[in-house]
Every structure is written in C-alpha cells, then in structure tokens.
Write a protein that binds this ligand. Structure first.
Ligand code: NIG
Ligand code: FE
Length: 431
C-alpha cells in the first residue's frame, strides 16, 4: 500500500540530514555531524517531513503529487540566516569608498554617518518603499538557499519608525516564502536627537518603545519576538545593555546581543547570564566569557562577512569556542554598513577559511545551529521526520563544494514547507 503525499524528492546523490544532538544543537567539537545518506529521498506532506531514507524504499512507499528528481545531486536543509538587518532604506556606498580610503567604521559613526545615516533614510521612507527595497534582498537570500531569516529593526530609533520596521517584517513574512524571525533592536545606536544623552535614550527604549513593541506583538505577532542590544563603545555600555535586556525580559521578550565586535565590554558573559538565546559577533571575546557562554545554553553566532567587508583580520575565534564546548552558528549580518551580503554560501566559504571550520562544520553552523540561534531548532534546520519540509537541491555533487566554491550561486531548487519556491532552471524536471 502506498501513502498519498504532496512531495517526494528522490534520486538524491548525497543527503545531509544534519541531526540534532540530544534534541539540541551540535556543541563543541561534535559540530559537523551531517548525518549523510547516499542515494536517498525525502517525503513531505502538509509542509512537514514524513520520511527520510533510501531512495528505492521511499519510492515504493509513497505516491506523491509532485515527484522531484534531484538528479544525483546534493540536498541539505534550507539554510537559516540567524542575524540580519534586512530592513533599511537607501545605501552607504559613499562610506564604503571612505573606508577603502582609510577611514574606520567607528570614525564614520562618530562623525554622524554609519547607522545614523541609514536611520535618516529609513525614517524618510514610507512603508511600501521600505518593504520594496527589503524584499529585493530577501529574494536574493531565498534564491541562494535561505528559507528562514532573522530580521532586526534598529534603523528607526524612534517609536514610530521602529514599529514601521516591525510592520515591514510582518508584511514580508506573510507575503514572502522565507519565514522571518523578528528582533526589536531599538538599542542599535544613539539617535541624533539624543546625542550626548545615551541614558535618556535608554529610558525611551525601556519606558516607551518596549511597552509599544509588546502591544504590537500582541496584535501582530503570535510567535517569539527577540530584543537585541548593540553593546559596544560608541553604542551601549554594559550597564545600559543590562538595563535594556532585563526590561525586555520582564516584558517576556527573548534576548540576543551584539557583543565584542570591536571592544570586549563583557556583553557576552552578561547575555549568557541572562539566558540570551544568542550572542552575536563575539570576535574579541575573552576566554572566561567564552567559557561562560559555553556553559550556558546561549548560541555564539559568528558573522564573518563583517570583518571581511571591513577588511579586518580578526574573525570569531571559532576553535576557542569549540574547545570550550560552545554551540556555534554563522550568519550574514546583512546590513548597509558593515557587510551587505545576502548569501549564506559565502558565509560558509569565509567561515571555512578564516574561522577554520571544516565544510561539514560550516554547514551545520548554517542550518541546525543557526535554527537554534533563533529559537526554531525544533522546527527547522535539519531533515528529520516531523520537521518542516525546507530543503535545497544544490547544483553540486557533495557538501564540501558549499564552502570550497564561492562567488556564484550554487542553489538549484529551494523548497519551503514542501513547496518549490525557487528554481534556477527554466523548467522543473518532474518525473
Ligand atoms: O551588526 N554592529 C552593529 N550593527 C551592524 C552594523 C549596522 C550598520 O552599520 O548599519 C552590525 O555590524
Ligand atoms: Fe548586526
């Protein structure tokens, strides 16, 4: 007897199932377990994986409305990008030229450029412009294999525009195949009207923005909402970060933090102590903070496009995180200033070279562990029965190619919850 299902992807030459370890991320040097199967198939019904196994057995067991022949190629879970600033208006190409000529990111920020330049453009844009410009980036992310993407506010820095950014995220989540995970990042920078009064801005974030955001959530977003803070010299101090994260926690938001990008302020240890879901950047993190992160459930998210784009030589010290037993994920940090990159394949290529991750480790960091970094580890990030049918057929024979090659899109077919949502070929091969 055969069961009727929606989709069977078969003739998969190499299938990376990327299994969860003890119902969680792959930690420390156990990172890199791909759960490889050769000549395999994946069965999906009602958006959910119902079977993963040998090709012949699944072909016999299922009668699928759509049968996709993977042509002997590589199939992996849909990529998860757990840290992006997807929503913004305008660009900062001029600042890129200044940086290439020698100005530093912090100098440009101190002179009123940087994040506040994008804040100006974002405040001036209406919702449809903001959505249109952001959608173009989201289309690229999907076409390059990402099926779940975290997405921050933080270019409004006033209550009205921060809420407009959340509305843009909710709208794109509804209209676009990529699933978005929203993060409120009101504490991204000190806006010009609070120059010299960072504490005054922190009061606004805590007393006005957070309650408004929580009300917005009740009306618009049934899922998890994160709160993030940029803990850095020139942005928010450790004390200010603590005040904001503790207030967010009282409001029931889940926590994230940008820490140790340029200066080690202790934000990683603080966020781990508060039970943050992730700490991101973690480039100049001291060993004792790495230990504190590793001992917590907090995921360390490295953002290799950022040092690459800033032409810095320091990347997240991945080996020290793995030695300490931490769970490591990777993300694009897609943003107009420190790294305009929509491509998780390039993130894997960078992580292999500059963080010394093996191609297998880079892939797990971009799928299963990235899913845990956005609180979605039990739904996406691996190809296991009961999880969402989010997968990518790659135009390559084996997983190593995803880190080995770069600069072109290797994704052939992207499937979200059992539906083909992107195909690089003019016609589907349906057999
Ligand atoms: O993650 N570090 C803070 N925020 C972004 C940069 C945003 C921008 O420059 O517009 C980051 O690198
Ligand atoms: Fe960021």
């Amino acid at each position: 007897m055969t069961s009727q299902i929606d989709l069977l992807v078969h003739n998969i030459g190499q299938l990376c199932t990327v299994p969860a370890h003890d119902g969680g991320p792959q930690r420390g040097h156990n990172l890199g377990d791909l759960g490889l199967l050769n000549q395999a198939a994946v069965a999906v019904h009602d958006g959910v994986i119902v079977a993963v196994g040998p090709d012949a057995a699944l072909r016999d067991a299922y009668d699928a409305a759509l049968v996709l022949d993977a042509g002997g190629k590589l199939v992996t879970p849909g990529l998860v990008d757990p840290h992006t600033h997807l929503i913004w208006a305008g660009d900062r190409a001029g600042e890129f030229e200044q940086r290439i000529a020698g100005a530093t990111y912090q100098e440009i920020m101190a002179a009123g450029g940087g994040i506040n330049r994008t804040v100006q453009d974002t405040r001036a844009a209406n919702l449809s412009v903001l959505v249109k410009q952001s959608k173009a980036r989201l289309d690229l992310m999907l076409a390059q294999g990402a099926t779940t993407v975290e997405c921050k506010t933080g270019y409004g820095l006033d209550t009205t525009t921060e809420i407009a950014m959340l509305n843009a995220i909710a709208l794109l989540d509804t209209e676009h195949p990529v699933e978005l995970i929203p993060t409120f990042l009101g504490a991204h920078a000190i806006p010009p009207e609070f120059a010299g009064d960072a504490d005054g801005y922190v009061d606004l974030v805590i007393n006005e923005m957070l309650p408004t955001v929580v009300t917005w959530q009740a009306d618009h977003w049934p899922g998890t909402l994160f709160c993030d803070v940029f803990c850095e010299v020139g942005a928010f101090s450790l004390d200010q970060t603590r005040r904001i994260l503790e207030a967010a926690q009282r409001y029931g938001l889940a926590l994230k933090a940008h820490v140790d990008e340029f200066e080690p302020l202790g934000g990683g240890r603080l966020a781990a102590e508060l039970g943050a879901v992730s700490v991101d950047h973690v480039v100049v993190t001291p060993d004792e903070d790495i230990r504190a992160i590793a001992e917590s459930g907090t995921i360390a998210v490295a953002l290799p496009p950022t040092p690459f784009s800033l032409a810095h030589t320091a990347y997240t010290p991945a080996q020290r995180f793995l030695d300490a037993g931490a769970a490591l994920a990777i993300a694009t940090d897609c943003n107009p200033g420190t790294g305009w990159c929509e491509n998780m394949q390039f993130v894997m290529a960078l992580a292999a070279r500059y963080m010394r991750l093996t191609p297998a480790q880079a892939l797990v960091a971009a799928t299963l562990n990235a899913a845990y970094a956005v609180g979605r580890g039990t739904q996406v990030g691996s190809l296991e029965t009961g999880k969402q049918g989010d997968l990518v057929i790659w135009n390559v024979p084996a997983y190593q190619h995803l880190s080995y090659r770069f600069g072109v899109n290797l994704a052939q077919t992207v499937i979200k919850q059992g539906r083909v949502v992107y195909d690089a070929r003019p016609f589907l091969t349906i057999s």
